[in-house]
Every structure is written in structure tokens, then in C-alpha cells.
Write a protein that binds this ligand. Structure first.
Ligand code: PLP
Length: 370
């Protein structure tokens, strides 16, 4: 059997139809959407088409002009961008945010960490109390919809409601949720959301910050007037086209993908025989594709290497760019001890994961973990 890739929360396959569309753009020749000539105009039209496809996935119409899409290079950039606009605000984030929110706002902002419970769900009383006690007239709440390590889904509608009741703006990092569960930005009444194309069938190199149009942001990257002067730099047209097509496909296929992944995830979790193994967040709503498995006493690193030697790619929940494992601030915030944190592996499925791959994973996981 070929390599079994079960690390789709890190990055997932580029959908073949996305590849086709990107290939067509590459074949067309040079495109810079800022140019006046025909090729530049084509670039502009391609960007607008991608905006339309993305807005349709997120449940709003760009035409109504109540939300706008600012393309970025990544989810990380979009997260840094939104926080960079509110450094003089009181910022309230969950203690399980992605590092691009967590580290950036801790480093530069006036940040308040909101507790989560043992299941990783935000403590709404703690959020309410901290918002109430804030002396600041300007506040931002930033809570992710779904966690990248555990897949745990936050009650984001309720969190958004509490934020607005306390006159705070609401941002949600929806990078892991998009394409896996339905996200309707206007129904949720979110002020800002972050997305990233390479997590749902697009290429690495295109993400977006989506904002209610009434909020006027300052750019973080300054230069040419791209993206209505909100994000300078020649747009990565090929990747943005890929993001657009990936959005269209995610909208069309989401339900089937979610049903399929959920079924496989349940099979995987049921198939684990080790008595010591436990699934993080087993009793709360999680993404249909993510299982974080703790098997106390079995080091994550050893498990990952053993699985890799058998042709299976998974990760620990948290890894830094050097490939070394870091202590997970997510599991730590949920109250797991060091031994538990050191023995977690994340298995994340993709829309193309097959039942045979899951059967093979179960067999090898059980052999390794006894
Ligand atoms: N937010 C979450 C929840 C993520 O999982 C990731 C990536 O893993 C990011 C943000 C960053 O996205 P990108 O890889 O596009 O920078």
C-alpha cells in the first residue's frame, strides 16, 4: 500500500479540479491584476470570481456589500492582520487558540486568556466576567471555531452573542472548520473571520480575512494599492483561483465529505483496542475528521516514527517548524498532565481518505500500542 497520509489538518490534498484550474492559469502566461492591459484585466476578473465563490461558501453575497474579503498569503497572516488592528483594545482569546493568534496577541496586545473546561469548551462565565471587568471601552474577542489539535468545536454563536452584548467585536479563526462543517458568517453575526485555502483542497499560499464592511481596518502590509489598499503585494492569482475553486467544491461536496469522514473517524476510534487509549473531547462536538488519541506511557514521537516506518503519516497535536514536538498549550489549558501531553497523536482524515486506509491504520496502531 502507498503512504497513508492522515495529517490533513496540517495540509491536505489539492483537489484535482483545483489543480486543473491552476494549471490553466499557468498556461495562460503572466498575469498581474494591477496591470491595465488584457492580461491584467483577466487577473482582476479571476480575483473577483474567487471572491464570489468564497462568499457563496460562507453564506453571504459580496454584492450586498455587508462583508468584504481581503486575500492574504495564509491563515497566519490573516490572524496577525486582524489582531494588529486592535493592539490598543482589550483582547480576549481562548487559551486554546492557534499560535498565530495566541503568540501574536500575547507578544503585542493587551490580552486576556479565557479558560476552557476539561473538554476544551470555552468557559462562558469566565468570558462574561472578564468582559464585564474590563475597564476598556474597546474590546475584541477572538475564539476559533474548531481546534486544530483536537477538532473540538466551540459554541461560537453563543460566544459571539456574549461578545456583542458587551460591545466587543468578534473574530473567529475558522481555518480548520471551513470545508468540514457549515459556516455561515452572517447567520453567526461574526465581525471577522480567518480562512486558509490549503486546509480544504486549495493550494498553500492563499488565505483570507473576511470582515464586516463597516469595520475599517489598517493594512499590516503596505506598498501598492492591492486589495483596496488593505493588503499590499501582487496577488497570488494562481493560488487565489485555487482557493475559489476549492470553495465551490467544498460547498458542493461538504455534506458528503463530512458524512464519509465522520463514519471513518468513528470506525477508527472504535477500532483502537488499547485500554489506556482515550480520545480527547470524545463527548463533545468535534470536526468530522479529527481524533487526538492519548495513550499514556507511549511517547508521541515514538508512535509517530513507528507509524511512519509502516508508511502512515500522522502528527502530534503540536509541532514547531523545526519538526520538534512542543508541549501543547491546548492540552495544558484543558488540564492534561505532562505524561498525557507527551503521548498524544493527532489523526486527521481528508476527503479522499479510504476505508482500507483506516483499516490499515487500526491494524498497525494496535500492533504498535499493544
Ligand atoms: N489557524 C488554525 C486553526 C490552523 O490550524 C492553522 C494552520 O494549521 C492556521 C491558523 C494557520 O494557517 P496557515 O497554515 O495558512 O498559515
Amino acid at each position: 500500500m502507498n503512504n497513508i497520509y492522515l495529517d490533513h489538518n496540517a495540509t491536505t490534498n489539492i483537489h484535482p479540479k483545483v489543480l486543473d484550474a491552476m494549471h490553466d492559469i499557468a498556461e495562460y502566461g503572466p498575469i498581474n491584476p494591477s496591470s491595465i492591459h488584457t492580461s491584467g484585466q483577466k487577473g482582476k476578473a479571476l480575483l473577483e470570481e474567487s471572491r464570489k465563490l468564497l462568499s457563496s461558501l460562507l453564506g453571504f453575497s459580496e454584492k450586498r456589500r455587508d462583508y468584504q474579503i481581503i486575500f492574504t498569503s495564509s491563515g497566519t497572516e490573516a490572524n496577525n492582520f486582524v489582531i494588529s488592528n486592535f493592539l490598543d483594545y482589550d483582547i480576549f482569546i481562548s487559551s486554546t487558540e492557534h499560535v498565530s493568534i495566541y503568540e501574536y496577541s500575547k507578544r503585542f496586545g493587551n490580552v486576556h486568556l479565557i479558560k476552557v473546561n476539561r473538554n476544551g469548551i470555552l468557559d462562558l462565565d469566565d468570558l462574561t466576567l472578564k468582559l464585564k471587568n474590563s475597564q476598556s471601552a474597546t474590546k475584541l474577542v477572538s475564539v476559533m471555531l474548531a481546534n486544530n489539535e483536537t477538532g473540538i468545536i466551540q459554541p461560537i454563536d453563543r460566544i459571539c452573542q456574549i461578545a456583542h452584548e458587551h460591545d466587543a467585536l468578534m473574530h473567529s479563526d475558522c481555518v480548520q472548520a471551513i470545508g468540514k462543517i457549515n459556516v455561515d458568517i452572517s447567520e453567526l453575526d461574526l465581525d471577522f473571520i480567518t480562512i486558509s485555502g490549503h486546509k480544504f483542497g486549495g493550494p498553500i499560499g492563499a488565505g483570507a480575512l473576511i470582515t464586516k464592511a463597516q469595520h475599517h481596518l489598517r493594512p499590516m502590509i503596505i506598498g501598492g494599492g492591492q486589495e483596496k489598499s488593505l493588503r499590499a503585494g501582487t496577488e497570488n492569482v494562481m493560488a487565489i483561483v485555487g482557493l475559489g475553486i476549492a470553495s465551490q467544491l467544498a460547498k458542493e461536496e461538504m455534506l458528503n465529505r463530512a458524512l464519509k469522514m465522520n463514519k471513518l473517524k468513528s470506525k477508527l476510534e472504535r477500532g483502537i483496542t488499547s485500554k489506556k487509549a482515550k480520545i480527547v473531547g470524545a463527548n463533545v462536538q468535534r470536526l468530522p475528521n479529527t481524533s487526538l488519541i492519548i495513550n499514556q506511557g507511549k511517547k508521541s514521537e515514538l508512535q509517530i516514527i513507528s507509524l511512519d516506518l509502516k508508511g502512515i503519516s500522522v502528527s502530534a497535536g503540536a509541532a514547531c517548524s523545526s519538526g520538534k514536538l512542543m508541549e501543547s498549550h491546548v492540552l495544558s489549558a484543558m488540564g492534561y498532565n505532562k505524561q498525557e501531553m507527551d503521548s498524544a497523536i493527532r489523526v486527521s482524515l481528508g476527503f479522499n481518505t479510504t476505508e482500507q486506509e483506516i483499516d490499515e491504520f487500526i491494524k498497525i496502531y494496535n500492533e504498535i500500542n499493544g
